[in-house]
Design a protein. Structure first.
Length: 429
């Protein structure tokens, strides 16, 4: 599997030019930063944004990555030449999908004593042995697993607040108590934090390089576009909070208005374990609505192929709702913050459609670079998609404005500079 996305070499080169000793020609290394990754299986938005940061900070800061297991993330960093160390926690600490939130008090006490405390000790020994200057964790889970170890060594801890927090109460308070500084990916994420945490938070937008470089496309999408069919792409993992069920309903409205043969939609995202019933529900809803022009294409190692071949990007996440299907009731809780999908689609000059949750309105300027619709509102979504399907001039105008915006406001250089400022404040540089 290859992880070249065209951005790695450009990022490293530009930062190297800034961070080189002009008199000796040697990189100035300001400290050694350990990046703790607690979801190593998936190279989705949060992990991709962290990787962009790690590569951008080299060689000013020497990175090493600590992961809780092998996966797509460790493979990507090794490909980049970044040192990777796998420190596996106990079996119960490998519980994903918010399963740990349902543990009883007795179960939590047992895991704390038999697995979590010993894991802290292992992380502590590792950080000391590797002479780490700063620990950067990518989410609250990472803070719980690693921050206490760093705090015991008086190593500063940065917690990246990448979205709406799924955990609260004692767990969140404990993670906060051992963190030194927080970085929020948007003003909305920062504003939602408790006051005690908010005053220790800096807002730094995720950034992206100009990834709209020439490269492979998707032949099927190109054939459809050659026939005048408008192609929509939805780049999002197949989980309930990404709102695919609302997208299908909106596309059903759109088909009823415009008929078949006017548009096609390709949903590219991994089928996440634990959500198999939701996957089956979506496929059945697609068939019930007669949406033969909608395809679920699974995980894509190179998502840029789809952006090169598409006309519109759409992602319709929700924060909270109750979803009922097949006699199942799911309390959907999102953790969106600042979707990378929108940034990358804007780079390719695509008009973006998103929902008005968390940081999305800070990315998409409604009516100027795309459209922001209320979450969970298929009719409103269908209305803006109809405008985009029916007007090539509108697609071109919004897409061009979005590209200008992402290059001006959400560049890698700004992202790296904002995080560097946080690091230097903590390390007394």
């Amino acid at each position: 599997m290859q992880w070249k996305d065209g951005a790695t070499e450009r990022t490293a080169m530009s930062i190297h030019e800034r961070a080189t000793d002009s008199t000796r020609g040697r990189p100035l290394v300001r400290g050694r930063v350990a990046y703790f990754v607690s979801y190593p299986q998936r190279m989705a938005g949060a992990n991709r944004s962290l990787r962009q940061l790690v590569l951008g900070l080299r060689p000013s800061y020497e990175p090493l990555v600590i992961a809780t297991d092998e996966g797509r993330v460790t493979e990507a960093y090794r490909h980049d030449g970044v040192a990777v160390h796998v420190l596996r926690p106990g079996r119960d600490l490998h519980t994903y999908g918010k399963g740990a939130l349902r543990w009883s008090s007795a179960q939590r006490a047992r895991v704390l004593a038999t697995q979590l405390a010993p894991y802290w000790w292992r992380v502590r020994r590792f950080l000391g042995r590797e002479a780490v200057s700063l620990l950067h964790v990518n989410d609250t889970r990472g803070a719980l697993l690693a921050a206490p170890a760093a705090a015991s060594l008086r190593i500063p801890v940065v917690v990246h607040e990448r979205g709406e927090r799924a955990v609260g109460g004692t767990i969140a308070r404990f993670a906060d108590s051992v963190s030194t500084r927080h970085i929020a990916v948007s003003r909305a994420v920062a504003d939602a934090l408790p006051h005690a945490r908010r005053i220790r938070t800096s807002v730094v937008y995720n950034g992206t390089d100009d990834v709209a470089t020439p490269g492979p496309s998707v032949p099927e999408l190109e054939r459809l576009r050659a026939k005048g069919i408008v192609t929509l792409v939805c780049m999002a993992s197949i989980v309930p909070f990404k709102g695919h069920h609302h997208l299908l309903q909106a596309l059903g409205h759109l088909r009823a208005r415009l008929g078949a043969g006017r548009f096609a939609c390709f949903v590219a995202g991994d089928f996440v374990d634990g959500h198999e019933a939701y996957h089956r529900y979506l496929e059945r809803r697609r068939d019930e609505l007669g949406l033969e022009m909608v395809a679920f294409v699974g995980w894509q190692d190179d998502p840029f192929r789809y952006y090169r071949s598409a006309d519109v990007s759409v992602m319709v996440s929700v924060s909270r709702e109750r979803l009922v299907f097949d006699d199942e009731v799911i309390d959907v809780r999102g953790n969106e913050g600042f979707p990378r999908t929108h940034l990358e689609a804007m780079c390719f000059g695509l008009p973006c459609v998103g929902t008005g949750i968390v940081g999305v309105p800070e990315q998409i300027v409604d009516g100027e670079t795309g459209f922001v619709v209320p979450p969970g509102d298929p009719k409103a979504l269908a209305d803006v998609l109809e405008q985009l399907v029916c007007s090539g001039e509108l697609r071109e105008r919004l897409g061009a404005a979005g590209r200008r915006r992402v290059l001006d406001v959400f560049s890698t250089e700004r992202y790296v500079a904002g995080v560097t400022e946080v690091y230097e404040r903590l390390l007394g540089r």
